[in-house]
Ligand binder design. Structure first.
Ligand code: MOS
Length: 724
């Protein structure tokens, strides 16, 4: 099905199942420990042996020699694989660095070897016996030092300019020109990268933890230089991804190589200490923001530049993305520059671009409101735009930023906010902060298959994943709505490359794209049911387990009495996203308190108001947003991969040193969804919300801390040493 005109009325609009708060159908499996995660029990042919990955001990250089003889003789060891005996390897399209080092080393903790043994302990102990001689070379590890050599990129990453930014900024009566920094961050998901690999002849099956089944299937085949038909990738449950599992990573490759060498299924879970440097991370940024305003508060000039680094051949952190679209202003510029750094591979982490971009922009907006003597909510409302400010003939498909800000302000009691440092509660200084939320809505082609059997059970099959987001549930809701059956009559099967290729889970495109793909398959199944029953033509209504056409009715199960009915289709998105800018909006409100003596900061209240199209399942969507808000508090106050600038690695490579919020750090959180349905994005009229929930949170916390203390911190995380 091609989606290229705005959606008319369709069966989803009834909203009898879709849109209803629905507990996760996979919830009981997860809380009882019965949901099989990658490292756990599967239909594996044979008892898996254990693989232990050895990471490179230098950030850059070459391997002069590797002596594996002692490791190979160690008790229980079945195989040791290094680049010397791995066979010829290719590289996946989505990988910047190779997943197995040698002879060159591209980053610290790049995999150098996998040891396969009968037990995990034997593999770990033997890995310590591998003797690697490295020739270490100097690398670039410091973004600030590499900043001046950073280069502009092309395509979507190229600089943008509208009007006369320099002139308008210079002549603005009120100006702001500030630098902000965001640190390298780690996804720090609970379940590490993990895979069980098994070979049967030339055929390879991997049970893994991956957000994008088809991308990683293709990249695993490309890396192993084998036909993609001979690989099957299964990823039914994922213990968190946040973008770290968008791509094939070393666990899957090393398990596959280890299993081939040991002639046994092999399981590899990347050890926690490898996660920070072996896996990808969100790159740090240096951002410069210039705002020029009239005394009336209207933005005349808005400029945003960002610098980030990555390995040779890597990409930018696209931190200026929201600045192109969020506020009006006739004169504008954005620019991003990429430095080559020899730190581990940078890549997408939840809301790549907007998350760190808004951490800077929304502090700048707070600073400018203060210079203007305006309320920060009113300042943002005044500078709203209903068209793409870089391309004014292009409207937003839907844009309710102003309502998010205004409804949120009322709900939060924003009018009680006082000037900086004016509110005390015992030893605590208390303040409120606001930030706008913005994240683009992306759509991806997505396919699904639906089956109807003689008992009236509907089975959904797609390679779509559930990364803890609630995919199983919204897919079941979609099929139930389309076929007029109760949720209990729907079985959802996900995360298997033998199923139709879906959008996968990334960039907050998953929910809308994958349910739209299922919608398309259900339209076909409905037609097949009507035809089988001989009920056509005429408009069919599916409800209560029955189909009605004119005055004829039957149980849908009757259509499948003589055999299962199967329908498959995909949704393909035309160019509606070129005609209309598709984005999601929101507003974050935070109340924070800072201890006047110790500088300890605590978040006291949080509110998010989100405008993200139709909300398919308010329970799951709220969970996404409160999780994102929690992550935003981490980004504001705690999270930072500390770079060793001499040797080029992230020092705090475990969950003791890389701090994220715990329950005790997080207060009551409230989430409000604006009642919307966006007919320009898909037949579901839904948009993404999981990343929107993070966008702006960090700045709202920063602005609340400023309002509490009167001290402005522009370098994240806002730790107490920065304002004492
Ligand atoms: Mo998201 S960072 O695209 O999983």
């Amino acid at each position: 099905m091609k989606f290229d005109t705005p959606a008319g009325t369709n069966p989803i609009d009834r909203m009898t199942v879709v849109g209803k708060p629905t507990p996760r159908i996979d919830g009981p499996l997860k809380v009882s420990g019965a949901a099989p995660y990658a490292y756990e029990h599967h239909d594996v042919p044979g008892k898996p042996a254990y693989g232990y990955v050895l990471g490179a001990a230098v950030a850059k250089g070459t391997i002069r020699s590797i002596d594996t003889a002692r490791a190979q003789r160690a008790p229980g060891v079945l195989a040791v694989v290094t680049y010397r005996n791995a066979g010829k390897l290719g590289k996946g399209q989505m990988n910047t660095a190779k997943l197995l080092a040698g002879p060159d080393v591209q980053h610290y903790h790049q995999a150098v070897a996998v040891v396969v043994a009968e037990t995990f302990e034997q593999a770990r102990s033997a890995a310590a016996m591998i003797d690697v001689d490295y020739a270490r070379t100097d690398g670039a590890f410091d973004l600030l030092a590499a900043k001046d050599g950073a280069k502009e990129q092309g395509g979507n990453d190229a600089p943008t300019a509208v009007g006369d930014f320099q002139g308008a900024f210079a002549s603005s009566p009120v100006q702001l020109d500030q630098n902000y920094t965001t640190p390298d961050q780690s996804h720090a998901m609970m379940e590490p990268m993990a895979t069980i690999a098994a070979w049967e002849g030339e055929k390879l099956t991997v049970w893994t933890s991956n957000q994008m089944v088809n991308w990683s299937l293709k990249d695993l085949a490309a890396t192993l230089q084998m036909p993609v038909e001979n690989v099957r990738l299964i990823s039914p449950y994922i213990g968190g991804g946040f973008g770290g599992k968008l791509f094939l990573r070393s666990d899957a490759l090393m398990a596959s190589l280890g299993a081939r060498a040991a002639k046994r299924p092999v399981k590899v879970a990347l050890q926690r200490p490898l996660m920070a440097n072996n896996a990808t991370h969100r790159p740090s940024t240096i951002q410069r923001i210039r705002l020029g305003c009239g005394r009336d508060g209207k933005i005349a000039a808005i400029g945003h530049e960002s610098w980030s680094g990555d390995l040779e051949g890597g990409g930018l952190e696209v931190a200026v993305q929201q600045t192109k679209l969020l506020y009006a202003g006739a004169n504008r510029m954005t620019a991003m520059r990429l430095a080559v750094l020899d730190l581990p591979e940078g890549n997408a982490m939840r809301a790549p671009g907007e998350a760190p971009g808004l951490m800077a922009l929304e502090i700048a907006m707070d600073e400018m409101a203060e210079k203007l003597g305006m309320d920060p909510v009113a300042f943002r409302v005044l500078n709203d735009t209903q068209v793409d400010p870089e391309k004014p003939d292009r409207a937003f498909s839907q844009r309710n930023l102003v309502r998010c800000l205004q409804d949120g302000a009322t709900r939060f009691g924003w009018s009680r906010r006082k000037g900086p440092g004016q509110v005390r509660d015992g030893r605590w200084l208390v303040g409120m902060g606001v930030a706008a939320a913005f994240r683009n809505n992306l759509n991806m082609k997505s396919g699904a298959r639906v089956r109807l059997d003689g008992q009236g059970t509907v089975t959904v099959e797609t390679d779509m994943t559930d990364i803890g987001t609630g995919t199983y549930t919204i897919m079941a809701q979609t099929a139930a709505e389309m076929l007029g059956v109760p949720l209990a009559k729907v079985v959802v099967k996900l995360g298997d490359s033998s199923f139709p290729v879906s959008a996968g889970s990334g960039g907050q495109w998953g929910a809308n794209s994958s349910t739209a793909g299922l919608y398309a398959a259900c339209v076909k199944l409905r037609e097949a049911i009507v035809e089988k029953l001989g009920f056509g033509p005429g408009e069919a209504v599916f409800e209560g387990g029955q189909v009605h056409v004119g005055n004829r009715s039957a149980d849908i199960a009757r259509a499948a009495k003589s055999g299962e009915i199967v329908a498959e289709d995909s949704i393909e998105f035309g160019d509606l996203d070129k005609k209309f800018q598709q984005s999601t909006f929101g507003a974050h409100f935070v109340e924070a308190a800072v201890d006047r003596y110790t500088g300890e900061a605590r978040v006291r209240r949080m509110l998010a108001v989100c405008a993200a199209g139709r909300i398919l399942n308010p329970t799951a969507a709220r969970s996404q947003v409160i999780g994102a808000m929690t992550m935003g508090v981490g980004g504001a106050l705690m999270e930072e991969l500390a770079v060793d600038k001499r040797f080029g690695f992230f020092v705090n490579h475990d969950l003791a040193g890389y701090e994220v919020p715990v329950h005790a750090d997080i207060p009551h959180q409230e989430v409000i969804f604006i009642d919307e349905a966006d007919d320009k994005v898909s037949p579901m009229k839904a948009k993404g919300v999981g990343e929107l929930g993070l966008c702006g949170v960090g700045a709202a916390v920063a602005n609340a801390v400023y309002n509490a203390t009167g001290v402005r911190v522009r370098d994240y995380p806002i730790t107490l040493d920065k304002y004492l």
